[in-house]
Design a binder for this molecule. Structure first.
Ligand SMILES: *Cc1c(COP(=O)(O)O)cnc(C)c1O
Length: 386
């Protein structure tokens, strides 16, 4: 029996609970003082959750601004009719500047060449190019170094096509409690902002806290917080879990396309690394693979949920499909699974009955973080919003 929300053309999909997104957004906004803005990171298609739908849900729950990683991501939001401020968290090639100007996407800025080219193109279009100045306070990724910040602004501020709408930095260790490196980054940032103000520069909105920073470091909320992962209901680290309750918004589901009872000794998938060890093992096939974000490194090490019970995935995960084993041996009084059949619902991430598989469980098995797990599931599967 198909769920009303599932796609008609594929037995593998991503389910997004927009109520959870709204709840998480309200929970994070609720940490801020009145008047402090919330910028929501919806880069990488909303961490795999769908940027357009999530942007609308977050705005309805109190989000003020949005952040993307690429020009195309910003354009996608604009073409969907989203009119709220959008910051691109990086510079772009100069060949993209006209697009930034046309779609009113604010770039992060950290080289004078880019800043002046942006100012030129904005002025040529009869606009003022609003930008946020990025400061590298210690992550060594992007930004103007603190010692160069005032000089940087003196060099570009003559330009009438430019207007500084914000000044920000990004923390490398905001999730670590009482971390000396974090404190150093915070001090460098606040000192740089003070120096810019002393030099008479308009710094615009001052912002630095990401999700862990927003939760653990309210003293650094400044004018705006930039949250990402928490909005999707995932904890950025163990350190934040006791401080805020969040609801995961993504589930990943599939249906069994085939279930068979091979003889003992038969092999499964490329390489035949798994061989049926005992009688009464069902091998079920599901149409999800590494091209859908189910990393091949999980082969033979992950569980799926079926009929509210765990079953072990077996054999190598293929590009578009994989298999799992269900032990239906009637002699087993314990750990015996109900037989499965074509069309049965299988949960890769999410709840089924009393069981649950989280993005954190999968991240741990993969040796990565929950961020990468949800981003990857955004690659190919259709998203359905519930
Ligand atoms: C992705 C990103 C964020 C959001 O980070 P979370 O850890 O997901 O809250 C904030 N700021 C910058 C610059 C980012 O790249």
């Amino acid at each position: 029996m198909p769920l009303t929300s599932e796609p008609l053309d594929r037995w593998a999909w991503v389910e997004i609970d927009l109520n959870a997104v709204r709840k998480n957004t309200r929970a994070i906004k609720g940490l801020l003082r009145r008047g402090t803005r919330l910028m929501c990171a919806v880069k990488a298609d909303g961490y795999g959750h769908g940027a357009i739908e999530c942007t609308k849900a977050m705005h309805s729950a109190g989000a003020d601004q949005f952040a993307v990683a690429t020009v195309a991501e910003g354009v996608e939001l604009r073409q969907a009719g989203i009119e709220w401020p959008i910051l691109m968290l990086n510079q772009a090639p100069e060949t993209a500047i006209d697009t930034l100007v046309a779609y009113d996407i604010m770039p992060a800025v950290f080289t004078t060449e880019f800043a002046l080219a942006y100012g030129e193109r904005a002025a040529a279009a009869g606009k003022v190019g609003r930008y946020h100045m990025a400061i590298d306070t210690g992550m060594t990724r992007i930004g103007v170094l603190p010692d160069d910040a005032v000089e940087f602004r003196r060099f570009i501020d003559f330009h009438r096509g430019l207007s500084c709408a914000g000044t920000f930095t990004h923390f490398a260790t905001a999730d670590v409690i009482q971390d000396w490196d974090f404190k150093l980054q915070a001090k460098r940032f606040m000192d740089t902002v003070a120096a810019l103000r002393d030099a008479g520069c308009d710094v615009g909105l001052v912002h630095c806290d990401n999700t862990p920073g927003t939760i653990l470091h309210p003293e650094l909320h400044n004018d705006m917080c930039r949250a990402g992962i928490g909005l999707y209901g995932l904890q950025p680290a163990e350190s934040t879990a006791p401080r805020i309750s969040l609801e995961p918004a993504m589930s990943v589901r599939t249906r069994i396309t085939r279930a068979v009872n091979p003889a003992v000794g038969e092999g499964v998938s490329y390489g035949l690394n798994y061989r049926v060890p005992t009688p009464h093992i069902q091998i079920a096939t599901i149409p999800i693979g590494y091209a859908d974000g189910l990393s091949r490194s999980l082969s033979g090490r992950m569980d799926v949920l079926v009929h509210g019970q765990r079953a072990r995935q077996v054999g190598n995960i293929c590009m578009d499909q994989c298999m799992f084993a269900v032990d239906t041996n009637p002699a087993r009084s314990y750990h015996r699974a109900t037989p499965v059949a074509e069309g049965d619902l299988v949960t890769i991430i999410g709840e089924d009955g009393d069981e649950r598989i989280t993005a954190d469980e999968m991240a741990q098995l993969r040796g990565t973080i929950n961020y990468e797990v949800t981003c990857n599931f955004g690659m190919r599967m259709e998203k359905v919003y519930v």
